[in-house]
Design a binder for this molecule. Structure first.
Ligand code: MG
Length: 240
């Protein structure tokens, strides 16, 4: 077993069994959810969620409504077991790298009793204002310098750059990195992994497609393990 191990988690469809941004509107405002579907191809996703939160707020969607939706989000009990048991064995540091936002993630983790799991949560900043509006911003300010990722990260954040920056802040180097993800924007950070590292790739979503299509071309070096249900990820974790 590795002496110092880093487990990196994407959040939506990786840690949670749903997509937080879409889920809260599916629960509380399906008309806005439908509108997001129509605008997704023309508006940057984080901006679209921020805009939809403002629209929901104007239509009377309250902070408690959003928090309720987050607390009932599909979340597999085996996921809680998998991370809790791995953490209890020591030697593993957990990092969250997500395109959701700080409030969604912290609210859900608190509900699951996992609020101390992650060493760091790198995501889009959000905060409640006094009127109960959740104000959300891109991790990278659209007015400032942008990341130069050519692999396919969204403008709000390059997960590969963020992973490298985290590794730069933490020494000595980890003996092994295990990355859990499902989406096409998880492909960039996975390309930063080495041959002794592992990606735990969900069998659905953009990541398995990118690995199959572009893995060889882009020089993917790490081992790939596939999982569908969290009980299967638990099996992988139990053998780390
Ligand atoms: Mg995801």
């Amino acid at each position: 077993m590795a002496e110092r191990q880093l487990v990196v988690f994407d959040f939506d469809w990786s840690m949670a069994d749903q997509d937080t941004d879409r889920w809260i509107f599916e629960v509380q405002a399906p008309d806005i959810r439908r509108k997001m579907e129509k605008l997704e191809s023309s508006v940057q996703w984080t901006d679209l969620v921020a805009q939809s939160l403002r629209e929901g707020h104007e239509k009377g969607m309250k902070r408690e409504d959003i928090e309720h939706a987050l607390k009932i989000i599909p979340y597999h009990p085996a996921m809680v077991r998998a991370v809790t048991n791995l953490k209890a064995r020591g030697k593993t540091t957990f990092l969250c790298l997500s395109n959701a936002n700080s409030v969604f993630i912290s609210t859900i983790l608190k509900e699951k009793g996992l609020d101390t799991l992650f060493e760091d949560i790198i995501t889009n900043p959000a905060e409640w204002d006094d009127s109960g509006l959740l104000r959300l911003r891109r991790k990278i300010d659209p007015e400032g310098p942008q990341h130069g990722c050519k692999i396919g990260c969204s403008p709000n954040m390059c997960k590969g750059e963020e992973l490298d920056a985290f590794l730069g802040r933490h020494s000595p180097a980890y003996d092994r990195i295990v990355y859990v993800g499902d989406g096409s924007n998880d492909f960039c950070p996975v390309l930063h992994l080495q041959s002794h590292d592992i990606v735990c790739c969900r069998t659905f979503g953009g990541l398995p497609k990118r690995i199959a299509r572009d893995g060889e071309t882009f020089g993917l070096k790490c081992q790939v393990k596939y999982w569908t249900g969290a009980w299967e990820l638990e099996e992988i974790f139990d053998n780390l």
